[in-house]
Design a protein around this ligand. Sequence first.
Ligand code: UDP
Ligand code: MG
Length: 347
Amino acid sequence: MNALVEKWPRKLPGGSTELSVVIPMYNEHEVIPAMYERITTVLARLNVSYELVLVDDGSRDGTPNMIKALAERDTAITAVFLSRNFGKEGALTAGLAHAVGAAVVIMDADLQDPPELIPQMMQEWKKGADVVCMRRRSRRGESWFKRRSAHHFYRLLNAISDVEIPPDTGDFRLLSRKAVYALQQLNERNRYMKGLFAWIGLPTAIIEYDRLPRVAGVTKWDYLSLFNLAFQGITSFSVAPLRVAMAGGAITAFLGVLFTLWIVVKALVLGDPVQGYPSLIAMITILGGVQLLSIGLVGEYVGKTYYETKQRPVYIVRDVMRSGRAAGENTGRSDGKAEQESYHAAA
Ligand code: UDP
Ligand code: MG
């Protein structure tokens, strides 16, 4: 018995909208014209009813104005403006909540995910896949270090987490309506999307593609934020680090007992008086370090619990623009509560 299927509304929120393309955007004014051009070319050729869900993640450049101008011109655009920068995961969640299509494609604004692959993704979806993952065959334009660290991170994450996260896949993917509903039932605040995508399961198809360099603008990720993301990914989907800390503690304690026995025996049998200020200092600092590290790790999980218990929304919408077609039909947030929005009839 699958409770999820029962919750799944029979009627699609978007009526006849077949495809939604969700694009989170943060300071992307340099790429918007090229992106809009390429995506609409592909979608027009596809010959399906579609919408473009452009999410402005609190950009500080011309992005909101450009989105607004596009939405005023093109009735296929649903524009969602967040109240501030919530991060890509928040922007994506907002986009998914506003998308109404029977299939939803998620992609980056910088054209690193080629929109020309959308027809192929739709084919897999029509064949019955609920999730179509795009796996990067190559990552041109990214440094050797970034490629290697990403590779090892995925291996590590899969080794220790409860769900299988396909390596080298990003957020670029197609989700069926069913998959979107499934995702919306995971209402944790800490949204490590790649993990959530994997967690829902459902029939998944994988398409390989060549990831291209950014068309314009700069990446929003420096190494520190990537490390942070990796750490978030691990601690969101696994308690293995806690077990490592525990195992480390057990091993240290065991070695400590052996060491003590050795010292006692040495003193009693060999009459060797206990000496060694340096070794004492070494032990204290090592043990102190291990303890602080473990406490920090536990703290990380406690902190996560703290954030989760607040039950704050993942994002706040400042404004939504969409043509009359589907207004008001799909305002569910990830936690299912209604959301305050104002609708502007576009064109
Ligand atoms: N993005 C966002 N909010 C953020 C950071 C990024 O919506 O706080 C969007 C960004 O506009 C882009 C996508 O997420 O469409 C991927 O960002 P980026 O290209 O900087 O990441 P990379 O491709 O380098 O991993
Ligand atoms: Mg990018």
